[in-house]
Design a protein around this ligand. Structure first.
Ligand code: UDP
Ligand code: MG
Length: 149
């Protein structure tokens, strides 16, 4: 099983979309193993987006992110890193297909409401950045045998 970091960014929180985003991952059959609302420090936001440090939008992105609230979640499931990215749609909502989260729920790249880890390696780093090991809950889902054969 893979784990990934999915987060509702502050624009998604302000727009009342926390439940909608959780619903899509729950209904798909994935398992929520960590969940918290945070107001990230600017340092944490900078660390989270460190790969983008040379981009012109980096400073604004980190400022916006640290204004919070940010709903960080760790989801678990088979192939969830790629499937989660597919569920999100493209970085720019304008290029995202209807049926995807960004394709259904937002308009502009700077207000694209959701974060999702982009690779298994990134997912490991991001889950460790946002969650202490004891904040991740291992539980057995009774739906598992109806989700996986
Ligand atoms: N972003 C932006 N302008 C851009 C590209 C990205 O404001 O031209 C923001 C946007 O909120 C995006 C975040 O930076 O979600 C991280 O960018 P990344 O390329 O990692 O996209 P993502 O992984 O979120 O699809
Ligand atoms: Mg990214």
């Amino acid at each position: 099983m893979e784990r990934t970091l999915i987060a509702v960014k502050s624009d998604g929180v302000q727009r009342g979309l926390i439940g909608e985003i959780i619903k899509r991952f729950e209904h798909r059959g994935f398992k929520l193993i960590g969940l918290k609302m945070v107001k990230p420090t600017e340092d944490l936001a900078k660390h989270h987006y460190i790969d983008l440090k040379d981009k012109p939008f980096y400073a604004g992105l980190c400022k916006f992110t640290s204004a919070g609230p940010f709903v960080a979640m760790c989801w678990e499931g088979q192939n969830i890193v790629k499937m989660g990215r597919d569920m999100m749609g493209e970085t720019n909502p304008a290029d995202s297909k209807p049926g995807t989260i960004r394709g259904d729920l937002c308009v502009q790249v700077g207000r694209n409401i959701i974060h999702g880890s982009d690779s298994l390696e990134t997912a490991k780093k991001e889950v460790a950045l946002w969650f202490k090991p004891e904040e991740l809950i291992e539980w057995k889902s009774c739906a598992e045998v109806y989700t996986y054969e």
